[in-house]
Design a protein around this ligand. Sequence first.
Ligand SMILES: Nc1nc(=O)c2c([nH]1)NC[C@@H]1CN(c3ccc(C(=O)N[C@@H](CCC(=O)O)C(=O)O)cc3)C=[N+]21
Length: 283
Amino acid sequence: MTTVELSGSVLARELRAKLAETAAALTTAGVPPRLAVVVATEDESSAWYVRALAKAAAKTGIDCDVVDLGATAEPAEIRTKLAALSADPAVHGIILQTPLPPDAKAEELAASISPEKDVDGASPLSLGRISAGLPAFAPATAAAVLAVLDYYEVPLAGRHAVVVGRSTVVGKPAAQLLLARNATVTVCHSRTRDLGEQTRTADVLVVAAGRSRMITGEHVRPGAVVVDVGTNPGEDGGLVGDVDAESVRGKASALTPVPGGVGPVTTALLLSHTVGSASRGAP
Ligand SMILES: Nc1nc(=O)c2c([nH]1)NC[C@@H]1CN(c3ccc(C(=O)N[C@@H](CCC(=O)O)C(=O)O)cc3)C=[N+]21
């Protein structure tokens, strides 16, 4: 079977072009869209994402403030900053980068992000609204998974979607979004007994476990659509997915590449949410 590559870069480019127009119109109307990125980590993957966001924002005509509190920031300091940004009328989107210092809990701190500015769907309110099928910004990475599947017209209703990974930023919200689209959803994680037995039943396999090349051809049912959310640092400084593309190629009907898959769409959607917040004030 030939495996089609589901490029995210193509979709991201389209999204950014549309965004640039809306951002320009908002700026003309006196509401320049502004994103605030709060950082309290020296994590390399986070640093890369922050640079990518700042660069894409600049190209799209969105203001981007990086607020670096340092890797030793106290939870109280982070909370105060999030509250101040929430109260600032010039700021339309707020993202709190993960990971965080050991004594800070992202899910707890995100409660200090005003829901209408919660463009990465991190607050318990946003996550609850998504679970309830109410409008809210979904975490950008989870939203990107659905955006790629929709762009390539992968049917979801009645299909079996298996999500590997249960993080608050990706696995759990992705499962909720798939469920809202009438997929039958199974969520697997580190304590799942026989992972292959589960993943081989997937029509759509979404992998967001954060472990390099953990999914191989053996885990994949012939013809399945595989979405690789992993962006792990490789030995040679490159980027490695959670899926072993070489061994899955020829077996899956379609696969998102890393790099150039879900990642660029994540960045574009985060900016899209920010522009949405600037134009409506709420999701
Ligand atoms: N609150 C929060 N939300 C996040 O969404 C979040 C976060 N914290 N912390 C850090 C990770 C990392 N992350 C990436 C997003 C896009 C690419 C991406 O676009 N990567 C490029 C390639 C990069 C390269 O070539 O080095 C690609 O996949 O094509 C990577 C990593 C979001 N994260």
